[in-house]
Design a binder for this molecule. Structure first.
Ligand code: NAD
Length: 461
């Protein structure tokens, strides 16, 4: 019998995983595929408990919990299982004129023992989606779920304990002290999802051991509604993306820059859409709550910083804040400086696209950017001038639902990416191998070959 995790120190757990990794057991395709099957089976076993935990921790409705957390994961496991053989295959690459008789290929090898740290907003999905990549790539893994969603963390631990032994995959629950204790270990890879501020701490800890990292961070993701946009579609899609999970989505629209000619129509349309989809929020049963009092108080403060177009109702006992739109905000208002991460949407008018480009490029690179326009020129201008993790034209959030699009940030919104094949590559070291023939040996490179210099100059022009 293996000792239960509680009896192991973090150091012992990591050593145990390292020893297991060294046995080579995690590397075969058969092993990886079985582990993905075990993971899926275990999630299915605990599915009802997970749904209940997501309701307790965040009041997520069953539909939201299934589509954005559990269903997303089933889908990712199925795709990975289907594609793994192809992904694992070494990739042949061409040589140049000097590589006559040689073969070059990239072999994907697991890093070893990896650490995954997750946030609370999609507490199951954001812990398990990277884990799928780690397993697919042949690593062992320790997952640290968020302490702010303790019920989900507990069920996640049960899911992983049912599927795996701790020498292979383990969950370590705890707060930031536990995270720091984990970060003090030497890992072969660290995958962190969370705030930019904590991302810096993670990067510093990783630097001590020169451990490679993926940092999936946050920031303010703007929406641009241009003068030629289809305003009713823009309002409907922004309303959906903003108030899903009560705005607690890393790629949720943070604020809207709307062309002044469209402002009134946009405000009217988004009010209708918000009400049609989420009611007044506070009294709506299936509307996600704010994760805790401190986030509730932080968000409530923003409500005092501008004019309310609609919303603004709050219920501290139930930690609910209505879908809210605000205008007349000062650039220095906290709501325009911090990542909002809640159901409050500032709307700011503009006259010229140049103003928008300047406003956004003066700030840290966003994780996502959404542009509503019917003009290819406007699209080209925005894409050329602004750097951001990823985004959509005439939609919001949907870019991350396509597994063939790598998902990640740039600059302060993060580094590295995942989803689909990119997850596999993220957790794999790409080992470059050149295989030469022994059937002949071209003399060109050797110093005692007289015409070497002329020949090399001829080839490497
Ligand atoms: P957070 O950074 O506070 O916490 C994330 C994880 O880090 C938690 O597990 C926590 O225990 C740990 N942690 C907290 N403080 C720490 C410290 N001082 N040292 C070491 N570890 C520490 O983030 P959060 O509040 O859980 O999540 C919200 C943030 O995450 C937002 O900024 C959001 O945009 C971002 N996010 C990004 C993505 C993405 O995919 N890019 C997804 C979801 C959330």
């Amino acid at each position: 019998m293996l000792a239960p995790i509680e009896q192991l120190t973090i150091d012992e757990l990591v050593q145990k995983q390292r020893r297991f990794f060294k046995t080579q057991a995690t590397k075969s395709m058969a092993f990886r595929l079985s582990m993905l099957t075990f993971l899926k089976e275990s999630i299915k076993h605990y599915e009802a408990d997970l749904l209940e935990a997501l309701r307790e921790d965040l009041n997520k409705s069953e539909l939201d919990a299934y589509t954005t957390e559990i269903g997303f994961i089933y889908d990712e496991i199925s795709r990975t299982t289907r594609e793994l053989k192809r992904w694992m295959r070494p990739k042949r690459v061409r040589g140049t004129a000097i590589h006559l008789g040689m073969k070059s290929e990239i072999q994907y090898e697991p890093y070893g023992t990896v650490l995954i740290i997750a946030p609370w907003n999609y507490p199951f999905q954001l812990a398990v989606a990277p884990l799928i990549g780690a397993i697919a790539a042949g690593n062992t893994a320790v997952v640290k779920p968020s302490e702010l969603t303790p019920n989900v963390a507990r069920v996640l631990t049960q899911v992983l304990e049912r599927a795996f032994t701790d020498r292979y995959v383990a969950s370590v629950e705890g707060d930031k002290d536990t995270a720091q204790e984990l970060l003090a270990q030497k890992w072969d890879y660290i995958f962190f999802t969370g705030s930019t501020q904590v991302g810096r701490i993670v990067n510093q800890a990783a630097a001590k051991h020169l451990t490679p990292v993926t940092l999936e961070l946050g920031g303010k993701s703007p929406v641009i509604v241009h003068g030629d946009a289809n305003v009713s579609i823009a309002a409907k899609r922004v309303a959906w993306g903003k108030w899903m999970n009560a705005g607690q989505t890393c790629v949720a629209p943070d604020y809207v820059l709307v062309h002044e000619s469209q402002q009134d129509a946009f405000l009217e349309a988004i009010k209708q859409e918000a009400f049609a989809m989420f009611g007044n929020g506070v009294g709506t049963k299936r509307y996600t709550r704010i994760v805790n009092e401190s986030h509730f108080d932080r968000l409530s403060h923003y409500l005092t910083e501008g004019d309310l177009v609609f919303g603004g109702e709050t219920n501290r006992d139930e930690l609910k804040i209505a879908p809210t739109v605000m205008t007349n905000l000062h650039e220095d208002a906290d709501v325009m400086k911090d990542e909002i991460f809640g159901p409050i949407l500032p709307v700011i008018p503009y006259r010229q696209l140049d103003e928008v480009i300047e406003f956004i490029s003066d700030r840290p690179h966003p994780l996502a950017l959404y542009l509503f326009t019917e003009s290819k020129d406007v699209e080209r201008t925005v894409m050329k001038h602004l750097s951001f993790g990823g985004g959509c034209v005439n939609d919001v959030i949907m870019h991350l639902t396509n597994p063939n699009l790598p998902f990640g940030g740039v600059g302060e919104s993060g580094m590295g990416a995942y989803h689909g094949r990119t997850s596999f590559e993220t957790f794999s070291h790409a080992k470059s191998i050149l295989k030469n023939t022994t059937k002949f040996d071209l003399p060109v490179r050797y110093p005692n070959f007289k015409p070497a210099e002329q020949l090399i100059r001829l080839i490497q022009r």
